[in-house]
Design a binder for this molecule. Structure first.
Ligand code: NAD
Length: 294
């Protein structure tokens, strides 16, 4: 494979590095100089532009901030790529934008998939991402080997847009469940329960979920959770808010009543407005009492 990798940021940088480690020829581009320098240190050849990166590639991977970034980028690069190129977009974007992007690529004779990821920077670095893939079976088959070099689980979710649909539905569950777990710890403390006692019960009872057992929002019960390091190094609240907004946009477009998803979006909007976008999304637990104490 000759791979063009566009978007060498927090996720794309380590993903491109894993492709190089697997022996692939990777040519990358990112408008931000530091990301290009870091990628070059990891063995990625740097092109002068996104268009220059794709001209010799037979696989083009994008890992960009938003649907608008992707569509702007595709309008430049799709005509420049050789017909039959495989386009893999791993960004998290709206389902509608994923469909528009895939249509642009298909109209130029390319194969295209939406392949957003779960696993964060840790998973991107370790090569253990989960890929949720939408698009034609032929494109999925062509992409499997490449995706396997960056992840450990690859699920073909359905037609174009199905990968993004799976991603935003999963993260809507996650946002809601993190708030639910956080409310339980805040209330438990006021009722005299220790965090450990509530954890010991809920983690083996019907309250069990990832937000509790892996990303526990209070320090102590799960030593590896971001709560133990002042909520650094996790899944940024700003990204959770982005995903909740994507879910609400989709729910409105499709006429689905996602009341808890909407409320979660409102709570994370307020949280990010006060706390900023950087800390792990479980830090929302610090805001739940009316007098502001934990
Ligand atoms: P990031 O901002 O660190 O990286 C995105 C990069 O894209 C930036 O460096 C930017 O300069 C670059 N870029 C923008 N336009 C470009 C273009 N036309 N050509 C080439 N590069 C361009 O963001 P990130 O954290 O790496 O996230 C990327 C995507 O992955 C987002 O859609 C995000 O929602 C999703 N995601 C992130 C995480 C996470 O934990 N960070 C987890 C899952 C999914």
């Amino acid at each position: 494979m000759s791979i063009a990798f566009l978007g060498l940021g927090n996720m794309g940088g380590p993903m491109a590095a894993n492709l190089v480690k697997a022996g692939e020829k990777v040519t990358g581009y990112d408008p931000v100089a530091e990301t290009r320098i870091a990628a070059e240190d990891n063995g990625v050849s740097i092109a002068d532009s996104a268009v220059a990166a794709v001209v010799e590639a037979n696989v083009v991977i994008t890992m960009l901030p938003s649907g608008q970034h992707l569509l702007d980028c595709y309008r430049d690069i799709v005509p420049a790529a050789a017909p039959g190129t495989l386009f893999l977009d791993c960004s998290t974007i709206e389902v509608a934008d994923a469909r528009t992007a895939a249509d642009l690529a298909a109209a130029a004779g390319h194969l295209a998939l939406d392949a957003p990821v779960s696993g964060g920077v840790v998973g991107a670095t370790a090569g253990t991402l989960t890929f949720m893939v939408g698009g034609p079976s032929a494109a999925f088959t062509a992409a499997e080997r490449c995706l396997a070099q960056m992840g450990k689980k690859i699920v073909h979710c359905g037609e174009t847009g199905a990968g993004q649909a799976a991603k935003i539905c999963n993260n809507m569950i996650l946002g809601i469940s993190m708030i639910a777990v956080s409310e339980a710890f805040a209330l438990g403390r006021r009722l005299g329960l220790t965090d450990q006692a509530l954890f010991d019960v809920a983690s083996t009872a019907s309250g069990q979920c990832w937000a509790l057992t892996t990303n526990c929002p209070v320090p102590g019960p799960v030593p590896a959770s971001p709560a133990n390091r002042d909520y650094t190094g996790g899944f940024a609240s700003g990204l959770m808010l982005k995903d909740l907004r994507l879910a609400q946009a989709a729910a409105q477009a499709e006429g689905v009543r996602t009341e808890l998803g909407r409320h979660a979006e409102e709570l994370y909007t307020a949280f990010v407005g006060n706390d900023g976008p950087a800390r792990d999304f479980s830090a929302i637990v610090t805001t739940l009492t009316t007098d502001g104490t934990p």
